[in-house]
Design a protein. Structure first.
Length: 49
């Protein structure tokens, strides 16, 4: 489910690049994906232990 969400974000970024290339437009979604991934992994570890 994560790879699918990541591809959606990548597609949105490539469309935005055509209008205006802004590093923050790329950085924010990547940070969000990393944060959500860490959050989910931590929750799964707590449920298992």
């Amino acid at each position: 489910f994560l790879p699918y969400e990541t591809t959606i974000l990548v597609n949105e970024i490539s469309e935005l690049e055509e209008d205006a290339f802004d590093p923050t437009v790329i950085a924010i979604p990547i940070i969000l994906v990393i944060g959500i991934t860490i959050f989910i992994i931590r929750r799964r570890k707590k449920h298992n232990s």
